[in-house]
Design a protein around this ligand. Structure first.
Ligand code: MG
Length: 448
């Protein structure tokens, strides 16, 4: 039966391909892309010609020169890779719509029901590959896979590199995947791999024969069950289904918090709360938006203000706090435009939203790593761990308070929580009315 639903495209040695494409003299030659100008740095991409010498992603520059003295070494140009990514998207979208961009060089497209057969799917794949080579560039090679789920389509694409075109139908399962190493399957990270091993599962057939409930238990989350379904060809996790798309909090301001400084204290507290929930849901945020509404005066309404800061996907409160500082600097310069009819600048309401979310394990997060220099991303990971530890301390305290009951349960003294000095004594639960707490704000609320 023909039940192909997704096309998955993975560009082969993408960064190296772009470099070769932009410099015809480098085409067909061993080439690596490095993040830093140093002999000690490692290749973040290696052309297929370089791979023939045993040079791969992760090979050091020094080692690459030993393996192939003529290897071309190029410093990464991420802005250019993003530019070409856009051109490639335009080209692919001439053939079929893109459902989801996983990273700069990996995307999924949903097939129309009329394209579900092997023959018509492969014909589309050929058109896409030819279109890319002819209209975008001859060095931009890609592997394309087709399958009933995106996970399977990715595995199909991975099975033939470079220039692959592979369809994997339900009737091909499980035998076509029998020999695949578990660590090669997206969704099976080192942690899951260990837990699988503990459960006595060491090969593909072992995973295939699990029950969804067992998978859930081994993974320790519903992620396991989702994985099981997508591995068996059921796409249960569509991104266009309502999904948690932002995490945010709003507060009406009163008294000492009606000033620009007071509103910032509250915004910071709301942000810390949102960031803690972000980590709790195992999500990463790529943007922070602040919305402000000024109080109205007797002679007319106060203004509204909203602004967004974007950053590589992160869970690090410290980075988010820097974004708030930056937002407040620009708010300060625009304060005059926000005055009410009496010329007053009383702050009425503040909202803080973390959005452009990705789930832990999403390849986009890897992309974030590549784009940041390695050291920066390591520092960030350390901070993320630190904040997660602080979250746990806060949660433990909260639980202990809850057990005490009575006054202590309903009004925990926030000063005892691990928090910023500026927020000592600030009790978010009793700070004005809670609004927009559980409701997903409309996109229009972000555009004043
Ligand atoms: Mg790739």
């Amino acid at each position: 039966m023909s039940d192909l639903k997704y096309l998955f495209i993975d560009f082969n040695a993408y960064f190296a391909g772009v470099e070769q494409n932009d410099d015809p003299a480098a085409r067909g030659r061993p080439l690596i892309v490095v993040p830093l100008k140093s002999e000690h740095t490692m290749a973040i991409a290696a052309s297929y010609e370089a791979r023939q010498f045993g040079i791969n992603r992760g090979t050091s520059v020094r080692e690459a020169r030993q393996l192939c003295p003529d290897v071309i070494i190029r410093h990464a140009r991420h802005d250019r890779y993003v530019q070409v990514h856009k051109l490639l998207k335009e080209e692919v979208e001439r053939h079929l719509p893109i459902t989801k961009v996983y990273s700069i060089d990996e995307w999924a497209c949903r097939l129309a029901p009329s394209e579900a057969s092997r023959t018509s799917a492969l014909a589309i794949g050929q058109k896409v590959q030819r279109g890319i080579l002819e209209n975008v560039g001859p060095s931009l090679r890609s592997s394309i896979g087709f399958a009933p789920s995106r996970l399977l389509a990715k595995l199909a694409a991975e099975s033939h590199k470079p220039d692959g075109l592979t369809a994997l139908e339900s009737s091909d399962l499980p035998h076509r995947l029998e020999d695949i190493r578990l660590s090669k399957i997206p969704g099976i990270g080192p942690g899951v791999l260990k837990r699988l091993e503990k459960a006595g599962v060491t090969d593909f057939m072992g995973v295939w024969n699990l029950q969804p409930k067992q998978a859930r238990k081994i993974w320790g989350s519903e992620q396991g069950e989702r994985f099981w379904y997508s591995l068996h060809g059921y796409e249960v996790y569509e991104d266009d289904q309502p999904e948690k798309s932002m995490i945010g909090h709003s507060r009406v301001l009163g008294g000492e918090h009606e000033t620009i400084g007071g509103a910032k204290v509250v915004a910071t507290a709301l942000l810390m709360k949102a960031a803690s929930r972000l980590r709790h849901y195992k999500r990463f945020a790529g943007a922070l938006t602040i919305n402000i509404r000024m109080r109205s005066g007797r002679n007319g309404p106060g203004g509204r203000w909203g602004s967004t800061r974007r950053f590589p996907l992160s869970q690090d409160t410290y980075g988010f706090l820097k974004a708030i500082d930056n937002l407040w600097q620009s708010l300060e310069t625009q304060l005059d435009d926000l005055r009410d009819g009496n010329g007053g600048t009383r702050f009425g309401n503040v909202s803080v939203f973390l959005h452009d979310l990705a789930l832990a394990g999403d390849p986009k997060i890897m992309q974030g790593d590549l784009f940041a220099e390695q050291q920066v991303s390591e520092r960030q990971q350390t901070r993320e761990k630190l904040w997660t530890a602080l979250d746990k301390m806060n949660a433990d305290l909260e639980n202990r308070m809850a057990k005490l009951g009575g006054e202590a349960r309903t009004r925990p003294p926030s000063g005892r929580y691990v928090t910023l000095a500026s927020q000592m004594g600030l009790d978010l639960n009793y700070l004005g009315a809670k609004i927009a707490f559980s409701r997903v704000p409309e996109e229009s609320e972000f555009l004043f």
